[in-house]
Design a binder for this molecule. Sequence first.
Ligand SMILES: NC(=O)c1ccc[n+]([C@@H]2O[C@H](COP(=O)([O-])OP(=O)(O)OC[C@H]3O[C@@H](n4cnc5c(N)ncnc54)[C@H](OP(=O)(O)O)[C@@H]3O)[C@@H](O)[C@H]2O)c1
Length: 111
Amino acid sequence: MATDEQLRNKYCVVTGGTSGIGLVTARRLVEMGAHVFIVGRDKNRGEDAQTSIRLASGTDGAEFLRADLSNQDDVRLVAEAISSRCDGLISWSTMSAECSDGDNSVHRDWK
Ligand SMILES: NC(=O)c1ccc[n+]([C@@H]2O[C@H](COP(=O)([O-])OP(=O)(O)OC[C@H]3O[C@@H](n4cnc5c(N)ncnc54)[C@H](OP(=O)(O)O)[C@@H]3O)[C@@H](O)[C@H]2O)c1
């Protein structure tokens, strides 16, 4: 189990982070100090998840990125959006969380 100090200022990606076990994972990572990209297909569900995490954690540590991971173009777009903000290796698997060191230069204009 990572400590809060290990996760502080790290970037994490939770695919399927907009509901169920992924949402719980994303919320806990944000509570522990990480910046978390939550990935899912549905914009409303994603925005609701982002809001619920903000209310629970009291921080803006969750950022929704819309992508259908069964679509290769969406996979490339979301990978580019995340890698443009993060140093280090980004790996992907459905319903997983991966962390890397970030440079804190988060841009919030990706749709
Ligand atoms: N819940 C459990 O206790 C449990 C236990 C063991 C294993 N699992 C497994 O863990 C996984 C998640 O379970 P869950 O109950 O948390 O499911 P869930 O509530 O249905 O969550 C699935 C998540 O994946 C996203 N998603 C689905 N297809 C996607 C796609 N093509 N591209 C991007 N995002 C996609 C959904 O968002 P959008 O619909 O907005 O895309 C949602 O955020 C499942 O494979 C389940 O079999 C669950």
